[in-house]
Unconditional design. Sequence first.
Length: 555
Amino acid sequence: MTVARRGTPRFDEMAAPPDGMWRLFAKCLCRLDSEQEACLEHGANIGAARGCPMVAHVATVAFLGLEARAVEVQVQVGPGVPAFVVVGLPDKAVAESRERVRAALSAIGLALPPRRITVNLSPADLPKEGSHYDLPIALGLLGAMGVVDAETLASFLVVGELGLDGRVAPSPGVLLAALHASSRDLGLICPAAQGPEAAWAGTIEVIGAPDLLALLNHFKGHQQISPPVPGVAEAPVGGPDLRQVKGQETAKRALEIAAAGGHNLLMSGPPGSGKSLMASCLPGILPELTPPEALEVSMVASVAGELREGRLIRQRPYRSPHHSASMAALVGGGLRVRPGEVSLAHLGVLFLDELPEFQRAVLDSLRQPLETGTVSVARANAHVSFPARVQLIAAMNPCRCGHLGDAALACARAPRCAADYQAKLSGPLIDRIDLHVEVAAVSAADLVLPPPAEGSAEVAARVAAARQVQTARYAGHDVRTNAEADGELLDRVAAPDDAGRKLLAQAAEAMRLSARGYHRVLRVARTVADLAGSDGVGRVHIAEALSYRRRAPAS
């Protein structure tokens, strides 16, 4: 509390001095010459008249998951001890941008002025990560120095990393930045190598800069940079055909059901029975991504820096991490939060071979994405979410040696070996897998059989027909496949007839199905009915769905 002396008015009670007083005050304090005083008389900015520091503004973004947050780079070149300071919660990569910017400007023949340079990344409470702030900082500095017109910079959003020689290097997330720029009616300045990626954002102006000098020449009108064209969509990659799988009719039927309804599948069997081969056949029978899905998948790949040559991804992802993968590698995270394998497989297939060999904590971290379709990574200064609507295909041996049930090959610890090995998988994780199938060993007689008449093309046609039925059924709902249906919607579309309801009630009691397991049986039955072209779910569909359900262990 400020106490004024008796008889002395407080500052806020004082009357405003006349304009002449302000001019006299400014002239005495700032020591303006006659020309600068004339500018002041005409209403010019006092600071500009004195040559006071000017602030340049450049728009860029910060990435939080698949969300691009607006960030303004404010650069001030003012009097003081020469220094180059970056503030606004920068991480180490952003703080190091000072040296990259200094070297890049030196490479094109420009030196930093011997003044105090302050760079503020606003909003100051939002963490800034990544090297894509290099180019906006450099352009903001050039704007503050008067080399680049500030009004020109105001109409662009800028991302890109700078090399020491002035080249503009690729940085992750350009597609997200382009979509964000489009939503704000801004153009985009990005690395030339990622121009085709940014061009997918629509009709915005995209400048793909190969280096800083070419960008300056473009702004000065000396040399124009050609606008990039959208990259050609990624061509489908061929994989193995189901004709290569000898025998295993039950497993192939389960694979077809999994593909048709987007269900999770666990295959258990001895080594060499074809589990991995059948899993690698799955992308060949899945339908191509729709345009909105392709954009969604490509955005995840862009944030991870895996979008090659600006090509949108049209084929469903297939990811197969090694069983030594860490939790951060599988579900995302790390010092700088990046999407994990489960997000990189979004709207595609996540294949986990040798499932019990994964760390239990890593496997249990899959519970949330398998249930909700999203991954949430919590950090002290941020909470990041990535999409993770995946189809889990897992394979495992019945025991560590893999030959349970074969007296000639089984180890001496059987059958206790199998119980210990399978106990590595938690009940809640197993409960989230819709289809469980035992894959038998392939005999010599099976290997000499001719290839089956039906291959991936025929199965893919049935899967596509079933997916079209589901697309029409769930129009207007945030659901793509039967595996995603839940609650009241599932009860309405998958309600069995009287015979099917009675069978399901009996099986739920005998197999001790949880509520989650009960609903997963209904989802699989709905898919079986779709493959059969049936409008309703009957007893035969419930029976087949139950045959793929794993029984609870006896107490």
